[in-house]
Design a protein around this ligand. Structure first.
Ligand code: SF4
Ligand code: SF4
Length: 554
């Protein structure tokens, strides 16, 4: 029996799981069009490799990963590329993004699917398969999995599969574990083969008894251990699950692999199995459609399916639906535009009504009760972070480990003054990120200027050195061979030029010694025809100054 460790803080919001976990996963039909965003992961967005009008097959790569932290995207069905344009996407920023639209032909013609024998293949070839199949963390972080499974020199002792799914309302991982446990375990075997951990633990919250039974059965004979953890939000947070299962604390600012633990989502393991053992890229996912809809349920839908169609599949939104949440109510974000498509990061869509989510009362001043600090699973001081964020004292906020905040919302949940603390933390984080980017840009500009100066000085020095070298070589050649006719001719030419210059100078000196002549005579001497005007009355010589022709050049 494994000893469980308690993490600091945590809350018990009503879990609302039963609304959507009583029906099996339903397959969503093929929609009329699919909108596939090129940015469905953390890192560099995929680069489009098709153009408008191209025919595509189901599973064909349409966006390639051409950076290390990136992942490919694929056509979810066969059809024609009808647009590559900016379109609404489900993202907290509400900003649209570049998407490839596919008009399905209805034939669902697959690419040729090639399984890969990961046990005999080079580990780098397996990682390349994961990148090209678009495998990313499906727990919400969407970090490219081939990068995560490249821990470098760091030895991984424990591989943890996160099946906690602690956020209220969401049941997509629960249903996946119940229905496809064997395939998840097949994916975990690939992960374990790549990183060779000493132990593999699968953490599942105890409000998912069917999933626990299914996963235990599938793990028989593998040595993988299913560990039941108590319901406590956010037990599915990476650092919190690691603490519960191993007792290890991940220090502030460090990655989990630094403690010898790697954590991944059960849904990610499932997609790895499909990609490696069946040659199928990520073109669909399980999504919970719940809240104020007629028939809450989980659907397996193609990526790119408009969210409006998924809401219709769940019986449509009931009256009084005010808006929608993507993700859960603790960490999700609001959205109104249901034209946006399903993406790899979309695990849940909740229709919000005032009855299900009563509006928060107006915020009041902080009363320093410290309930937020007691609830914080990251051992932060939210009341201090709030103060520093509100007063834009970002240095202090950073010093108080603002970036350790996982935006779990526990502090918001318990605050008796109803202060939207997480909104302040998000604001402060984005401001600091902007400042950091500006500082980095200024530093890069300075480095570029210094480099340019250095290069110009180096080129000048090189040119001078080349000239000196040439002169020295010419002198040495002349000294070595005084009878060289070419050198002699050059020397004679130089000497003649010097003589000509001397003669010209002497002539000029002689001319300067001549007595001064009126301009007309001098011009006559030179054979020039000059028309000298008569002195004007105004310019008559002044008495006593002698006669001076005003037209004479001085
Ligand atoms: S949102 Fe951040 S500060 Fe608030 S409880 Fe969660 S981790 Fe702590
Ligand atoms: S819970 Fe709210 S009122 Fe209490 S200290 Fe934290 S921010 Fe202030």
């Amino acid at each position: 029996m494994r000893t469980l460790h308690k993490f600091h803080g945590g809350v018990h919001p009503p879990d609302h799981k039963t609304e959507s976990n009583r029906l099996p996963i339903a397959a969503a039909p093929l929609p009329q069009r699919l909108i596939v965003p090129l940015r469905q992961h953390i890192g560099t967005p995929a680069t489009p490799i098709v153009k408008v009008g191209d025919p595509v097959l189901k599973g064909q790569m349409i966006g390639a990963a051409d950076d290390f932290i990136s992942a490919a995207v694929h056509a979810p069905t066969s059809g024609i590329v009808s647009a590559i344009e900016i379109h609404a996407v489900p993202h907290p920023s509400s900003l649209p993004d570049l998407c490839i639209t596919i008009e399905p032909d209805g034939e669902e013609r697959w690419i040729e699917r090639q399984p890969l024998d990961y046990q005999t293949a080079d580990p780098d070839a397996v990682r390349a398969r994961l990148r090209d199949a678009g495998i990313v963390g499906l727990g919400g972080a969407v970090f490219p999995t081939h990068v995560k499974l490249s821990p470098g020199q760091q030895k991984i002792k424990t591989l943890i599969l996160n099946g906690a799914e602690c956020e209220p309302w969401i049941t997509s991982d629960d249903l996946l574990m119940r229905e496809r446990a064997a395939e998840i375990v097949a994916g975990i075997k690939i992960m374990a083969h790549l990183i060779q951990p000493k132990e593999v633990l699968i953490g599942i919250e105890d409000n998912k008894p069917e999933a626990i039974v299914a996963m235990k059965a599938a793990c028989q004979g593998t040595g993988f251990e299913v560990v039941t953890v108590p319901v406590l939000y956010p037990s599915g947070g990476e650092k919190q699950l690691i603490k519960m299962l191993t007792g290890k604390e991940v220090p502030s600012g460090q990655r989990t692999v630094n403690t010898g633990v790697l954590c991944s989502n059960t849904g990610t393991a499932y997609t790895m199995h499909r990609a490696v053992d069946h040659g199928e890229p990520v073109i669909s996912r399980i999504v919970t459609i719940t809240g104020n809809v007629a028939k809450p349920q989980n659907f397996e839908a193609l990526l790119g399916t408009p969210l409006s169609e998924l809401v219709q599949l769940a019986g449509g939104a009931r009256p009084e639906t005010s808006h929608y949440l993507i993700g859960g109510p603790m960490m999700g974000f609001g959205m109104n535009n249901l034209d946006a498509p399903l993406t790899k990061a979309t695990n849940c869509l909740i229709a919000v009504s005032p009855a299900l989510f009563p509006p928060k009362p107006a915020a009041m001043p902080c009363i320093r009760c410290t309930q937020c600090a007691q609830a914080c699973p990251c051992n932060l001081q939210p009341q201090e972070l709030f103060w520093f964020s509100q007063s834009k004292n970002f240095d202090k906020a950073r010093a108080y480990n603002l970036f350790d905040c996982i935006e779990c919302g526990c502090c918001d949940y318990v605050c008796p003054s109803h202060i939207p603390l997480v909104s302040f933390f998000r604001f402060a984080k984005s401001e600091i990120a902007t400042q950091d980017r500006e500082i980095m840009a200024a530093e890069q500009a300075k480095q570029r200027f210094e480099f340019k100066q250095m290069r110009e000085e180096r080129e000048k020095a090189e040119k001078a050195a080349r000239m000196a070298e040439k002169t020295a070589a010419a002198r040495a050649a002349a000294a070595a061979n005084p009878d060289d006719p070419v050198a002699a001719a050059k020397k004679a030419a130089i000497q003649a030029a010097v003589e000509r210059a001397k003669a010209k100078k002497a002539e000029a000196v002689a001319a300067a010694d001549l007595p001064p002549l009126p301009l007309r005579e001098r011009a006559g001497e030179r054979g020039e025809n000059i028309d000298v005007p008569s002195p004007s009355p105004q310019l008559s010589p002044v008495e006593g100054e002698g006669v001076k022709n005003n037209t004479e050049p001085s």
